[in-house]
Write a protein that binds this ligand. Structure first.
Ligand SMILES: [Zn+2]
Ligand SMILES: [Zn+2]
Ligand SMILES: [Zn+2]
Length: 294
């Protein structure tokens, strides 16, 4: 483990920009509250909710894609490789479902008492945080400073360029976006939540072809995985996504990293035959802690 961390920090210093996977689970994380099945019951170690840290070595800051309920532990993970001189630069939010923004609460007076952390949000997301407690208090006390995003418009932030891409999702409290991120050398697509690829006004294949890494919705492996009507919580099943992508050359398929796994997803088990088969075909399954140059 120590050797691994030394390698990781060497990699970070060699790169102007990098990314670290700091969580891979659907909003409820794992163990999920109330789950007494083997997927959670025997889970001694928490698996964090999906998030990515963008690391800018030139400016000694990191930015977070989403603020999850596991944000405190995710900070600990980040500082296992980053020197203490690095600061939280900003947070970019995808949408107002619990796994993606409620970590903001720990920036408030009861916890970190952060000062004016820029939080980049789409218009409905910003209005939601401004008008509803406890989030409105973070705005009023200036723990966070909301920064408006406009779909398809790129924000330049130190070594990174971030572009929000609107995606179809259950938009009860906010719209939903994914992000395309360009670093000093490579680029990333991050879409943790989307209802179905067919409902998107973009082509998944074309979007994967534009980037080096595509971290995409892998919530469920297949229909019937949970014991409630799955059309109420639509996601592209991994089994559907691979059907869309299977004709692609392996070099393109290798850019795909499934993430945002529900606790029930059988492919969380590294030894599952379908996971082994998909990994042989070039697909990746996001793993917490992984650092990639960007
Ligand atoms: Zn989610
Ligand atoms: Zn479970
Ligand atoms: Zn969601």
């Amino acid at each position: 483990m120590a050797a691994l961390l030394v390698c990781a920090s060497l990699l970070l210093h060699a790169q102007k920009t990098a990314m670290q996977v700091v969580g891979i689970m659907q909003d409820g994380g794992s163990p999920q509250l109330g789950c007494l099945k083997p997927c959670c019951k025997n889970n001694k170690q928490r698996e964090f909710v999906s998030s990515i840290a963008l690391i800018d070595s030139t400016n000694q800051v990191f930015h977070l894609l989403d603020a999850t309920p596991d944000i405190a532990s995710q900070f600990q993970l980040i500082y296992q490789t980053l020197p203490a001189t690095y600061k939280l630069g900003s947070i970019f939010l995808t949408h107002a479902h619990i796994g993606h923004y409620t970590g903001l609460q720990f920036l408030g007076r009861e916890a970190m008492n952060a000062a004016e952390v820029p939080v980049y949000v789409m218009p409905r997301m910003g209005a939601y945080l401004t008008k509803n407690g406890p989030w409105s208090q973070l705005v009023q006390l200036k723990n966070i400073q909301l920064q408006p995003l406009v779909q398809d418009q790129t924000v330049q932030l130190g070594g990174f360029q971030l572009t929000p891409l609107l995606v179809p999702h259950r938009d009860e409290f906010s719209e939903t976006v994914g992000f395309r991120v360009k670093g000093a050398g490579k680029s990333l697509l991050f879409i943790p939540d989307i209802d179905k690829w067919e409902k998107w006004d973009r082509q998944l294949i074309a979007e994967i072809e534009k980037v080096d890494y595509a971290f995409i919705d892998g919530t469920f492996f297949a229909d019937g995985e949970i014991n409630r009507p799955m059309h109420e919580i639509p996601h592209p099943f991994i089994s559907e996504t691979i059907r869309l992508l299977d004709t692609l050359p392996r070099s393109i398929r290798e850019r795909v990293y499934f993430t945002h796994f529900n606790h029930t997803n059988p492919l969380l088990q590294h030894t599952h035959p379908d996971r082994i088969r998909l990994e042989k075909d070039g697909y990746h399954f996001a793993t917490t802690g992984t650092i990639l140059s960007l």
